[in-house]
Design a protein around this ligand. Structure first.
Ligand code: SF4
Ligand code: MG
Length: 318
């Protein structure tokens, strides 16, 4: 299958008055048509920063300082804001923002909020836009009559479905979902995961699914990328990552997943804190927390190596 998103050596730094925060630091990967890439890592590792960067809108004071983002072959790094807004964002790549369901505007109907961008960006008539909105509400398992309702009349799960429908409305090539099940109860979480799986099949959706919870990714991802301190440290097919994790950090993350029926006392946690990204540790950024750290790890940064077909990791042990 063909690549819909190609990211090469991408760097996005926040220029704060305390220093430069290297939140996305030399990241490369490819997403193919119809594929779900799970992006996992502890909070603060740069997952959401990467999401916003791919949308061409790093949060201020963030700036893309290097690298390339190609969507359907078109370079978007360096495009002026008005071109991004008119041609790329939402139409080619969209994002389900973390907590977006609580950011729906309380004073407008769902229909108004869904049709406004279609009328404004796509030049659709009111009627066409309403048709499109209702079609997508049905697709996500909602009653199309919800267009006449206000956000406060909907449950959390329904609002999350609305937000998913909004991200799909302009039929983008790539959808980024940032923690789309966080803040929902367990049953609704499962329903949303099932919805995403169904959409993936029905629409042949290409998606980046961001979460700190690896147990969720096992269900939905074809590929998994593990992020640590602004870098991808391991990437590969889901099965490879789950059954043969190569990087010590991935191994630790997997050991920290609570499994059903398992004695909670026995869960492993990763000691220490993720590093400060203004002054990240020299060499391998994981070395202060890694049980296998060697001298070379404190001095030199390990490069990504192909350790198996389509399975890459950056660690001096490999
Ligand atoms: Fe641990 Fe060294 Fe590998 Fe980093 S490079 S994960 S410190 S063994
Ligand atoms: Mg986040």
């Amino acid at each position: 299958s063909r690549p819909v998103l190609e990211v090469k050596n991408l760097k996005m730094y926040y220029f704060t008055n305390k220093g430069v925060v290297k939140a996305v630091d030399d990241i490369s990967f490819t997403l193919n048509k119809g594929e779900v890439l799970g992006l996992a890592g502890e909070s603060g590792c740069g997952k959401s920063s990467l999401g916003f960067t791919l949308l061409g809108m790093p949060t201020p004071p963030g700036k893309i300082v290097d690298g390339s983002i190609k969507i359907e072959g078109r370079e978007i790094v360096g495009l002026p804001e008005d071109v991004l807004r008119k041609e790329i964002r939402w139409q080619k790549i969209s994002m389900i923002f973390q907590g977006a369901m609580n950011a729906l505007n309380p004073v407008y109907t769902i229909g108004y909020q869904m049709t406004e961008p279609l009328i404004y960006h796509k030049g659709m008539s009111q009627e066409e836009a309403l048709d499109r909105a209702q079609k997508y509400l049905e697709l996500v398992g909602l009653d199309p009559e919800i267009v006449y309702r206000y956000p406060h009349e909907l449950s959390g799960g329904m609002k999350q479905r609305v937000v998913i429908a909004m991200a799909l409305l302009m039929e983008p090539s790539v959808v980024i979902a940032d923690e789309p099940t966080t803040a929902l109860d367990v049953i609704v979480q499962a329903q949303i995961i099932n919805l995403m799986k169904r959409l993936k099949k029905e629409l042949n959706l290409s998606m980046i699914f961001i979460t700190h919870d690896l147990s969720i990714l096992a269900e939905i991802s074809d590929k998994v990328a593990i992020m640590y301190a602004g870098k991808i440290v391991e990437i590969g097919d889901s099965e490879k990552i789950y059954y043969e994790p190569a990087h010590p950090y991935t191994q630790k993350l997997l050991a920290a997943i609570p499994r059903l029926h398992e004695d909670v006392e026995r869960l492993e946690f990763i000691p220490g804190q993720p590093p400060n990204l203004i002054n990240p540790p020299k060499g391998c950024r994981f070395h202060p927390r890694c049980p296998y750290a060697m001298d070379v790890c404190r001095e030199q940064e390990p490069e990504m190596k192909e350790i198996d077909k389509d399975h890459y990791a950056a660690c001096w042990l490999l």
